[in-house]
Write a protein that binds this ligand. Structure first.
Ligand code: NAD
Ligand code: MG
Length: 399
């Protein structure tokens, strides 16, 4: 077989939103290995100006977008022919450009929604790593894609695994999908063990190297909760047909059980460059930079059921996947606030899901919100979570 197969195909011209992050840098690495197939037309970063500039000189894109309004960048430092764009308008300009085929949505948090929305509105393909967008507005985002002919391709390893396993089949033939999760750094711990967890301990993920927010989400199992909701929207499956199983080796990235009882899975070492590449070369498979399985080192793979008592976040995900409406916006926003307060040393680990529970309980449920109503819900939930955290921590200090 020709190792360069596919190089005669048209290049996929991509924009990488959040190019300075973990997914963003892995995406640029994949692109560097497939110069005949992937061309980087635009990149965006929020801070880390030095890295953004370094990437601009390496990749020589047409556009560089700086999103943080408080940070300045001298345009003369960019390579010639590279246009400096700013903020949300800059993102919209870049992702809607007629010379762009695919937008890699790799900004962290609800901040990723605008770029994804603009790209889908313009009928582009979106390789979606930013799961928060689907948690917050999955129904509207998938409806928009259906309307414009825009396409959502999964990058999250579990959803990519499912997408890979259902190739050649119809989603109607799927009985259930089973998302695997490593269990995070605190697998096997009890609530008492987690009482005094430090930020440093929570940031030590056993198998994946990722940005700080998703690493904390993995420790609380909120990441798996968000992924249940993500699967609900990406594959149009009800929550009852989405299961979660703990698999600490992170080699099997998910299972698909078909109606006849056959189960297919996708396996590879924990390396995001594989699902990123699959989304960018789909439906082709090409040689790329992702690590390969070391067959001689393989031994037993382990599975266990998630511990819902110690990690209540997962049930919040199921509840939100079932109820839909405004629930996703509330859960996502409360979690973003709680994680950033935990990272700042202002909230205990066990209080992260409690802050989310409190916001969900307080909110005015609407089953069919508009985008503007979801944005309002996001703002309300951030305030509500902050209020809950401030109140709870005052009580803790007094007692
Ligand atoms: P990261 O923190 O490493 O990178 C985030 C990127 O977003 C950076 O480029 C940063 O400059 C940019 N950014 C941050 N705040 C922004 C804002 N307000 N406006 C615009 N840009 C902003 O995060 P990551 O680990 O690369 O994760 C990115 C997304 O991909 C998340 O939604 C995460 O859940 C998802 N994801 C990540 C992994 C992984 O292995 N890292 C796996 C699956 C899914
Ligand atoms: Mg994942």
């Amino acid at each position: 077989m020709d190792a360069n197969a596919g190089n005669d195909r048209p290049r996929n011209r991509i924009v990488v939103l959040g190019s300075t992050g973990s997914i963003g840098t892995s995406t640029l690495d994949v692109a560097a290995h497939l110069p005949g197939r992937i061309e980087v037309v635009g990149i965006s970063g929020h801070s880390r100006i030095d890295l953004l500039l370094e990437q601009a000189h390496e990749v020589r894109p047409r556009f560089v977008c700086l999103t943080d309004p408080t940070v300045s960048l001298d345009p003369s430092l960019l390579p010639t022919g590279c246009e400096l764009l700013r903020g949300a308008d800059g993102i919209a300009r870049m992702v809607t450009d007629p010379g762009v085929d695919t937008v890699v949505s790799a900004i962290v948090g609800a901040a990723g929604l605008e770029g994804t929305w603009a790209a889908l509105e313009a009928g582009k393909t979106v390789a979606v790593a930013n799961k928060e967008t689907l948690v917050l507005a999955g129904q509207l985002v998938t409806e928009l894609a259906a309307r414009t002919g825009g396409r959502l391709l999964p990058v999250d390893s579990e959803h990519s695994a499912i997408f890979q396993a259902i190739q050649g089949a119809s989603i109607r033939e799927v009985e259930r999908v089973v998302l695997t999760g490593s269990g995070g750094p605190f697998r096997g711990k009890t609530i008492a063990d987690l009482e005094k967890v430090t930020v440093e301990q929570a940031l030590k993920h056993p198998t994946w190297s990722m940005g700080r927010k998703i690493t904390i989400d993995s420790a609380t199992l909120m990441n798996k909760a968000l992924e249940v909701i993500e699967a609900r929207w990406l594959f149009g499956l009800p929550a009852e047909r989405i299961d979660v199983i703990i698999h600490p080796q992170s080699i099997i990235h998910s299972f698909v059980e078909f109606r006849d009882g056959a189960v297919l899975a996708q396996l590879s070492p924990p390396d995001m460059r594989l699902p990123i590449q699959y989304a960018l070369t789909y439906p082709e498979r090409l040689p790329g930079p992702a690590r390969k399985l070391a067959w001689r080192d393989l031994s037993a793979w382990h599975f266990e059921q998630p511990d819902h008592e110690t990690f209540p976040s997962l049930q919040l995900g199921y509840e939100v996947a079932r109820r839909g409406g405004t629930c996703g916006a509330v859960l996502n926003a409360a979690n973003e606030v709680a994680v950033s307060r935990f990272l700042a040393g202002e909230l205990s680990f066990l209080d992260i899901p409690r802050a989310c529970r409190a916001a969900l309980d307080q909110h005015d449920y609407d089953p069919r919100p508009t985008l503007a109503e979801l944005a309002a819900c996001d703002r309300w939930a951030r305030q509500e979570a902050s209020r809950w955290i401030n109140r709870t921590h005052r009580t803790v200090r007094i007692s």
